[in-house]
Design a protein around this ligand. Sequence first.
Ligand SMILES: [Zn+2]
Length: 137
Amino acid sequence: MPTIHCSHCNPGMRCKNGHLYVLKLDNGSSENDWVYVGSTTKSVEERFKDNLKRKDGSICSLEEARKIGEDGKWHYGNIPGHTREIRRSYLQHLPNLYAHKNPIFMPSYHDDPDFLKRLEREFAQDLKKRGFRVSHA
Ligand SMILES: [Zn+2]
């Protein structure tokens, strides 16, 4: 059974391909929707959990993460940046914007190391043109 993020991934068992994903973030108003665009060779679920991982390896719920705040003990995002924005402002994944793009069959890293990042940038540009406020790495 595929996941809502990728037709080749199974719950708990990722495919060996690349993935694009879009997270809706809370912009505190009803103006242009704010989204974060990312790419990963992990599954979309695993990549999201990384944002909630502590230095000791434990994984928090989003609720716990917000209660803890930025205490410098996160695996990622101890300096200001997108990971912090995601912990603070994440609302939901928007698979209707990206699931049809996954999986992304990647050339070998040696042949084209920037392949997935380039697709991510193009996707971010595309969403900007469609009126979204877009953050991406
Ligand atoms: Zn997949």
